[in-house]
Design a binder for this molecule. Sequence first.
Ligand code: CIR
Length: 264
Amino acid sequence: MKIGRSFRFTNALVRSPARSIADGLRAHGQPDPDHKTFMSEHDAYVDQLRQSGLNTTILPSLEDYPDSVFIEDAALCFDGVAVVLRPGAPSRRGEAPALLQPLGELFSETHQLGGEGFVDGGDILLTDTDAFIGLSERTNRQGISALELILARYDYTVRVVETPPGVLHFKSACGLLDSETIFATRELAATGCFQDYRVIVAPDGEGPVANLVRVNDDVIMRSGFPKSELLLKDEGYSVKVLCVGEAAKVDGGLSCMSLRFTLD
Ligand code: CIR
C-alpha cells in the first residue's frame, strides 16, 4: 500500500456538460441549470485540476445522459485500475458503458461491476487503506458485495456505512483531507463511522461544503462557505475555492465532476 495514494494523483478524466443538463435529476425542484454558466464553471474546475498538477482529459458531452458531467458516479479509479460501476438511477445506467472505451485506453487493468447490484461512485470514499461505501438510494448491498470482490485484490478494506437520510451520496457529506483526516458534516461524524481517523467537522450551516476534494497539495472546496475556508486554512491546508452553483442546482458537487487517478 502506498501512503498518499488516496490524494496524490497524476491524471483526471472529466466529461463536458451536456446541453441536456437542464433535465438533470434533482431532489427538491431546484431551478434548471444554465448550460452556458455551467460550461464556464466547468472550465474553471478543469483549470484548477490542471493547476493542482493533473493531466486532465475532457471527454465529449453525452446529450442522452443529462447527468453525465457527474462522471465520478459511473466509475471508480485508483492505482492504474479502473472499475466501471452500475449507477443506481435508471436514467444514468448508460453512462457506465460509455466509459468502457476511454477507460480501456488509459488503464492497463479495467473491471466491470459483476452481478445485478448498483453502486454510484459518489458513495465511495477511498482512503489509503479503506474503502468506505455508503448504502444509499443509489447503492445497494448487492453492488457493494460485487465491488468488495474487486477491491480486496488491491489492499482495500471495505467498510459498509449508512448514508444519512435525505443525503444523496455518502460523499455529499464528507471528503478526504489527507491520509489520516476526513472532513465531514456533524451528522455523519456523529455516527462514529470514521473512528480510526481524525475528523474535522464542517461548521454548522455549512454542510454542503463537506464534498471537497484533496488533489496533491490542494484542497478544492465550494465557494460560499467562509467558516469552513478559514477553518481548513487554519489547519494548514492549501485551500482553493471554486463556484459550482450550476452543478448544485442538480445536486452535484465538486468530487463528482472528475475521476482522479495515477498512471505510471
Ligand atoms: C444525480 O442526481 O445523480 C445528479 N443530478 C447529481 C449527481 C451528483 N453526484 C455526486 O454527488 N456524486
